[in-house]
Write a protein that binds this ligand. Structure first.
Ligand SMILES: C[S@@+](CC[C@H](N)C(=O)[O-])C[C@H]1O[C@@H](n2cnc3c(N)ncnc32)[C@H](O)[C@@H]1O
Length: 251
């Protein structure tokens, strides 16, 4: 995977996501559809914001991410928390990932799935999701919408700055792949040091995701506009899927 090296140090400051809302949504769905879930795996956990918020809610957590730098941010936070040792962080490259056993729920937030740019790899990821979920296990994840790629990210340049860093995030979308180019200018005394990193994401339609869910015997329980209980709209930027391992499935 590319990216999430220099970005890691600035991710929490600039991500601009409503983690409280995300975690509340996830907890509501775990309660509504889960069978008393206790162990949750957070795929593409990044700097651990969702993982550690769920830990604080009393769940045992496993966070998986391919970026050492992002995981390092998660570990710093974990190590200052009570019961932090109930969160295990593993550095693994998707789509392959390995757990010690099965879990009650898998979550994946903030378009981590869009970073899987090969359809066969995405299929493989869903295979592992199915493999590592207990019967009645829940799968909750989001993807970026076509609207977001076409109307918000395409040909876009976001600029972020504070007293120590200036960085710009440029994005281009070709209808399927979105290329992100990030340039960081970090203050070093009287100079700024430039670092560049690239990321690639792939747009997946609702139908593509539904096909994979069906292939790996998940029932789709809810499809939402982000982390709200609203149906997706024309201008939804993020689509959240709540699915459960199909009952009676003996595979
Ligand atoms: C947008 S961040 C989301 C982080 C976190 N889920 C959150 O809600 O803040 C995407 C994360 O996916 C991870 N990621 C992207 N591609 C990956 C891959 N192929 N293998 C493992 N991790 C990957 C990145 O390192 C990054 O931490």
């Amino acid at each position: 995977m590319e990216g999430y090296t220099t970005l890691a140090a600035y991710y929490d400051r600039f991500v601009g996501a409503d983690y409280e809302q995300m975690v509340e949504f996830i907890c509501d769905k775990l309660q509504a559809y889960g069978k008393d879930p206790s162990l949750i795996c957070d795929i593409g956990c990044g700097s651990g914001n969702v993982t550690l918020a769920l830990l604080q809610k009393g769940f045992d957590m496993i966070g998986i991410d391919g970026s050492f730098e992002m995981l390092n941010e998660a570990l710093i936070k974990r190590d200052s928390m009570d019961h932090g040792n109930r969160a295990l962080f593993l550095c693994q490259q998707l789509p392959e990932f390995e757990l010690y056993g099965t879990v009650d729920a898998i979550i994946s937030t903030l378009d981590t799935i869009n970073y899987i740019t090969d359809k066969k790899d995405l299929d493989r990821l869903f295979y592992w999701y199915r493999n590592y979920l207990n019967p009645d296990g829940l799968l909750i994840f989001d993807v970026n919408s076509l609207y977001k790629y076409q109307e918000i990210l395409n040909n876009n340049c976001d600029v972020y700055e504070d007293e120590n860093v200036f960085f710009c995030w440029r994005s281009n979308f070709d209808g399927k792949i979105c290329d992100h180019a990030l340039s960081f200018f970090e203050r070093d005394g009287d100079c700024y040091i430039r670092t560049d990193e690239e990321q690639k994401q792939c747009y997946y339609s609702i139908e593509e995701i539904k096909t994979l869910l069906a292939k790996y015997q998940f029932d789709l329980l809810e499809l939402r506009d982000g982390y709200t209980n609203q149906d997706p709209k024309e201008k939804s930027e993020r689509l959240t899927f709540v699915a459960r391992v199909r009952k009676g499935n003996v595979e």
